[in-house]
Design a protein around this ligand. Structure first.
Ligand SMILES: Nc1ncnc2c1ncn2[C@@H]1O[C@H](COP(=O)(O)OP(=O)(O)OP(=O)(O)O)[C@@H](O)[C@H]1O
Ligand SMILES: [Mg+2]
Length: 265
């Protein structure tokens, strides 16, 4: 089932005739005998939030991990802004402007937000830098982190504290903000509000909407139908590795979506 694209409400649009930020065609991935992805076609535009829906094991995380360079498709093509690319590693995906917040988000509890922001990035500077220089670099990192968190309206009680002391929502907000800060083009979020309270979910959902309004293409995996209906312009439904539908997630389509997710309706 296909619905018209919901008015995305910003200049970058999500209109079908535009070249999408990301287009996946014929994505196939097997793990031994398991066909995790079977010829899946998905596209998302700049300034659009696409929800990936499906039951446990439907292939959502596998699709995301292939786009993020963690896994490689066995078959299929990836186009970014109309150009075919190879996303052979997480570094290649990042270099292409794609940032991902994984289902099991990786933050270092003992490090403060700025150190978490820059973990694994060359920007942090080599460890052999003289002490004084390293200090300057750290201050620049902290300033940049404060700037990004402020721009995305993420409030933290103490910028210097290790993130292990923060709440689940604050941690999630940092992970999303980190992705937002470094993604020039596409932000992918796997279950960004799972296990979050109402207020914390609100913070993350607002972040996602702000990313969209800034013109980023956003892909969100979520089992929370109310969140999907609020933030997503379009929903792709997967079942057992196949794409089984594409629906505008509105309350009147909710029953259709549920039927597509569980199948046999
Ligand atoms: N690294 C792996 N090795 C082997 N099989 C895998 C691997 N990753 C995923 N699978 C299998 O691929 C299928 C799709 O899994 P995937 O994690 O993509 O599902 P999902 O839609 O993200 O589910 P959930 O909602 O539970 O997170 C499942 O059958 C799973 O067991
Ligand atoms: Mg998953």
């Amino acid at each position: 089932m296909t619905g018209p694209a919901r008015e995305p409400g910003n200049v970058n649009g999500g209109a079908p005739d535009r070249v999408p930020a990301l287009r996946i065609t014929g994505a196939t991935k097997r793990f031994g005998a398991v066909v995790a992805l079977d010829s899946v076609d998905v596209a998302v535009s700049h300034g659009e939030v696409l929800a990936l829906l499906g039951d446990n094991g439907a292939g959502k995380s596998t699709l995301i991990k292939c786009i993020s360079g963690v896994h490689r498709f066995d078959a299929g093509t990836v186009e970014l802004d109309g150009t075919v690319v190879e996303l052979g590693s997480p570094a290649a995906a990042r270099a292409a402007g794609i940032e991902t917040v994984y289902q099991d988000l990786a933050l270092f509890d003992n490090l403060d937000p700025a150190a978490n922001f820059y973990a694994g990035r060359e920007d942090a500077g080599p460890a052999w830098l003289p002490r004084g220089l390293r200090f300057l670099r750290r201050r620049a990192m902290a300033d940049a982190t404060t700037e990004v968190l402020g721009r995305l309206q993420v409030g933290l009680p103490d910028q210097r504290a290790g993130v292990g002391l923060l709440s689940g929502g604050q941690r999630q907000a940092i992970a999303v903000a980190r992705a937002a800060a470094f993604a020039s083009s596409i932000v992918i979020l796997d279950e960004p509000t799972a296990a979050l309270g109402l207020r914390e979910s609100r913070q993350v959902l607002d972040l996602i909407l702000r990313l969209r309004d800034e013109g980023r293409a956003v892909i969100v995996v979520s089992h929370a139908m109310d969140h999907v209906m609020e933030i997503a312009d379009r929903a792709v439904i997967m079942r057992r590795g196949r794409k089984v539908g594409e629906v505008v997630p509105t309350p009147e389509h909710q029953q259709t979506i549920v039927s597509l997710i569980i199948g046999g309706a």
